[in-house]
Design a protein around this ligand. Structure first.
Ligand SMILES: [Mn+2]
Length: 358
């Protein structure tokens, strides 16, 4: 297990590599090339420059989150094969740079959805939250306008203004895409990229849909144990794997986190670990502190299942609360993610030492 943090690059992130290194717990960085649009090739020199920046700060570039998949690939549009060829070239360049983990998602239109970015808790900290009643009343095309003022002057991945300006057009592109078609398009994409993944030993790690159910009538295919199994079985190559994002996958309380980790044995290449607190049955939740008792999930149980199934990839504390007056991209402040990293390292050490005693 390698403890990592996501870093948005020195132009976008309020947190520095030096600060991340000084946590003492975090050794790896998960990042991306933020100027790249889906369908563009990442050149080797650009990847090497990112890697050097991270290594010069005494850290290790543990993987890429994300190399985004274009809407043409997701919808089987006219540019699909051209975009896949560019994706393959990017993977080849990543492999040449000795990078072996790529997180991506196959979600239509919205990468992830929250209805509040700064819900205030009793202790004065703020968290991201989701309320289904708000979604049910909302015009999806206005969703961006309702949250853009809460980004603390940052631009959140998946919610770039240029992309959201095209929301109407995007809904049009996906109007005939149902679950089966989306699965077919994912299969086509994965089959095309597996040879280059085999050649350079690149683990592809699909991110679950967030929340793990259909929103605004759009199909969602990485949202339950049965669908994950279908995804793995349709392209049975170990490089076709998963980002186990428990805060996304766990939004649906019908999803058994520990059973899913066990089912995915050998195919979890990356883990996003966070806790959620459910307030009103399944319709309202907020992102709590990582600590088990602050939320709904058994964090020790999930970490233990990862350990016992032989997981050895990067983990990152996922979104954190905003605490101690920090101003940062919602979910991506330094302080609470550092607390999360420390807690998860503590759990891991304890689990590892207990297992060796047996
Ligand atoms: Mn995640």
């Amino acid at each position: 297990m390698e403890m990592t943090m996501r870093w948005y690059g020195k132009e976008h992130d309020t947190v520095t590599l030096e600060q991340i290194r000084q946590t003492g717990y975090v050794k790896g960085i998960i990042s991306t090339l933020y100027n790249k649009l889906p369908g563009e090739v990442w050149e080797l020199d650009e990847i090497l420059a990112l890697k050097k920046e991270v290594e010069d700060a005494g850290l290790h570039l543990a993987g890429i989150e994300s190399v985004n998949v274009s809407d043409a690939i997701k919808t089987a549009g006219p540019d699909r094969d051209k975009d896949i060829a560019a994706y393959i070239k990017t993977l080849e360049n990543l492999g040449k740079a000795d990078i072996h983990l790529v997180c991506y998602n196959f979600m239509p239109v919205f990468d992830w959805t929250r209805t509040e970015l700064d819900r205030k808790r009793e202790d004065g900290s703020t968290v991201m939250a989701y309320n289904q009643d708000v979604i049910d009343r909302m015009d999806p095309k206005k969703m961006f306008d309702t949250i853009k003022d809460d980004m603390n002057g940052t631009v959140m991945p998946g919610w770039e203004p240029e992309r959201m300006a095209k929301v109407q057009e995007l809904f049009e592109m996906y109007k005939d895409i149902d679950e089966d078609k989306l699965f077919d398009n994912l299969k086509y994409f994965l089959e095309a990229i597996m040879p280059v993944c085999d050649q350079y030993n690149i683990n592809m790690a699909i991110h679950p849909d967030d929340p793990a159910w259909s929103v605004f009538g759009l199909p969602r295919i990485i949202s339950s144990q049965a669908k994950l199994k279908r995804m793995m079985d349709m392209v049975p190559n170990p490089h076709n794997g998963v980002t186990f994002c428990m805060g996304s996958y766990g939004t649906n309380l019908n999803n058994d986190l520990i059973a899913t980790v066990r089912m995915l044995k050998g195919r979890i290449h990356f883990a996003h670990i966070r806790n959620l607190r459910f307030n009103d049955g399944m319709r309202d939740f907020e992102e709590s502190a990582h600590l088990s008792e602050d939320g709904t999930f058994d964090m020790h149980g999930v970490m233990k299942a990862l350990y016992e199934t032989g997981f050895d990839g990067p983990i990152r504390p996922d979104h954190g609360r905003m605490i101690w007056g920090e101003k940062a991209m919602p979910g991506y402040g330094l302080y609470d993610r550092a607390l999360g990293a420390a807690y998860l390292c503590g759990l891991w050490e304890s689990i590892r030492k207990d297992a060796r005693k047996l």
